[in-house]
Design a protein around this ligand. Structure first.
Ligand SMILES: Cc1ncc(COP(=O)(O)O)c(C=O)c1O
Length: 435
């Protein structure tokens, strides 16, 4: 039953049909079309609560908005007392329009445009994470003219040796994020002297899909070691932000320790590093993204084609792919593909499952098990697509972005609608002019 770990809690198979949030997925696909992202809303809410119980009331839980962002999700975050981390004024706009208080926003970015830093300062973003020393002078100048006093965290690049995909590793000599401990110490001195800004703490994010919880112990130690000699430069209660990166399962055999293991490693790491003895009062911040939303959501696709490849393998192609989820093409990530139609029979035939885009890398799974009779018109579900799929989606090949449907207790709430053809051409100013 390892598959269960990557499915939303309410996933249920009954009388040959599949239900999510009590809603029949085949009927949902019929009514709203495919591709469609379908989120188990209760699963999402319970996920937010499990982070709170694992980290306790004193920690600031900061959702990494890049994983997925929409108004309905932000409202859940606000209600649950979370903060949000944004990397652009665009993300800030979504978060605040949906009701996230500015004081609970945190802004990242390794190349923040000056105009966006100015917006962050004048609007009063809660924390700005400084990626390189030059940003301190810019923020200081902006703060003096706007009359606000932004609170900043310094992004530390300490080589914590995270074991993960090279493309999601964010520390070490090849990573473009943050400052090595020597440069960060110089930046701390500069920030301390800059009267326009408040040096509130330190941030580290070692990467994503960090499967070994011990990495967080090392990250916690690195942060405590960094702050201790500079303690006087920080306020009485210093912010220690240990970033995100907790792993999620994508395939049934994936090993992904849960929230409790992650929290245990972070809290245990701070204890082992004797953070309280060495630093006095501090506040822990964590920034999970993927692990909050990934498994709450599945993507529904319709099978459009079936054929045999020259290699003799059976292949099916579905009506989405790269444009609604570029992760297979970016990272070589494979996903499970589950039958929604014919769910009562055995899934014992191997299929190569691809998307509809003109890219050889548009592959969802090279070896998915599905019912032998799988045919065009059938609906299939791809689990664990709640993170970095919609948020990385595009209109490649003229496809319109899919809707996001929240399901709960037998009801459906369309929280993001499918794009229309008008949306598709909305920025093309010459499209309707005469030839
Ligand atoms: C600074 C920072 N914090 C948090 C996250 C969230 O990581 P994840 O979604 O893997 O939890 C990221 C992801 O890239 C990040 O860059």
């Amino acid at each position: 039953m390892t598959l269960k770990r990557l499915l939303p809690e309410s996933w249920e198979q009954r009388d040959g049909r599949v239900f999510l949030g009590g809603v029949d997925l085949a009927e949902l696909a019929e009514e709203y079309g495919t591709p469609a992202f379908v989120t188990d809303e209760a699963h999402l809410v319970s996920r937010l609560a499990s982070f709170r119980s694992a980290f306790g009331d004193r920690a600031a839980l900061v959702y990494a908005g890049k994983a997925f962002l929409c108004g309905a999700l932000v409202k859940h975050l606000v209600r649950a007392g979370w903060w949000i981390d944004v990397v652009s004024t665009g993300e800030l706009e979504i978060a605040t329009r949906a009701g996230m208080p500015l004081g609970r926003t945190l802004m990242h970015g390794n190349a923040k445009p000056r105009s966006e830093m100015a917006e962050a300062v004048s609007r009063g973003v809660g924390r700005i994470v400084v990626d390189h020393p030059g940003e301190i002078d810019v923020l200081d100048r902006l703060a003096r003219t706007s009359g606000t006093r932004p609170a900043v965290l310094l992004r530390l690049n300490a080589d914590v040796a995270a074991e993960t995909h090279e493309k999601v590793k964010t520390t070490g000599d090849r990573a473009q994020f943050g400052m090595d401990p020597v440069s960060a110490a110089a930046a701390a001195a500069r920030a301390d002297e800059a009267v326009g800004i408040e040096l509130a703490g330190v941030h580290i994010h070692v990467g994503s899909q960090i499967r070994d919880p011990d990495t967080y112990r090392r990250a916690a130690s690195a942060v405590v070691d960094f702050v201790e000699p500079l303690r006087a430069r920080f306020p009485e209660r210093v912010d220690l932000d240990l970033g995100g990166g907790m792993p999620v399962p994508y395939l049934r055999d994936d090993d992904a320790p849960g929230v409790a293991a992650f929290a245990g490693a972070v809290l245990g790491g701070l204890d082992t590093a004797r953070a309280t003895d060495r630093l006095g009062d501090y506040r822990l911040l964590v920034e999970p993204g993927r692990s909050v939303v990934a498994t709450s959501t599945i993507t529904l696709y319709r099978v459009e084609a079936r054929k045999r490849l020259p290699s003799g393998r059976e292949m099916i192609a579905v009506d989405g792919g790269l444009s609604d989820n570029p992760r297979p093409a970016l990272y070589g990530q494979q996903y499970e593909v589950l039958a929604v139609a014919r769910a009562d029979g055995p899934s014992d035939t191997r299929f190569h499952v691809v998307g509809r885009h003109c890219e050889t890398g548009d592959i969802i799974n090279v070896d998915a098990s599905l019912p032998d009779a799988t045919a065009p018109g059938d609906v299939v579900a791809v689990p664990s697509t709640g993170a970095y799929a919609y948020s990385m989606s595009s209109r490649y090949n003229g496809l319109r972005r899919p809707p996001v449907l929240y399901v709960r207790e037998g009801g459906v709430r369309e929280v993001v609608r499918r794009e229309t053809f008008d949306d598709l051409v909305s920025c093309d100013l010459d499209i309707a002019s005469r030839l």
